[in-house]
Design a protein around this ligand. Structure first.
Ligand code: FES
Length: 107
């Protein structure tokens, strides 16, 4: 299990223990975190699981695939250098304590 802290659009912080190998999107949605829609269910086809990863730890994450980069063009909220799709990031021990903010809108 990897502990990830999500910052909901309201500013409320929710910490979730996510099974290693699960995506951050799966962990957040099953943990009741507000701010992710995940319309496509995690197949990198909707961009409604947009999140902002803690910039200081961005380099620790696997680089986004071409498909993720293409889908990031379609996010509803402002795209930032630390924008990622939460369905494309797998929980793993090295990411323990990661802070992930969710945008004000996903659609
Ligand atoms: S859930 Fe659709 S792109 Fe992540």
């Amino acid at each position: 299990m990897t502990q990830i802290t999500f910052i909901e659009p309201s500013g409320q912080e929710v910490t979730v223990d996510i099974k290693d190998g699960w995506s951050l999107m799966q962990g957040a949605t099953s943990g009741g975190v507000d701010g992710i829609v995940a319309e496509c269910g995690g197949s990198c086809a909707c961009a409604t699981c947009h999140c902002y990863v803690d910039e200081a730890r961005l380099a620790e994450l696997p680089v986004p695939s071409d498909a993720e980069l293409a889908m990031l063009e379609n996010v509803a909220a402002e795209r930032r250098p630390n924008s990622r799709l939460s369905c494309q990031i797998k929980a793993m021990p090295s990411l323990a304590g990661l802070r992930v903010a969710l945008p004000e809108t996903q659609e």
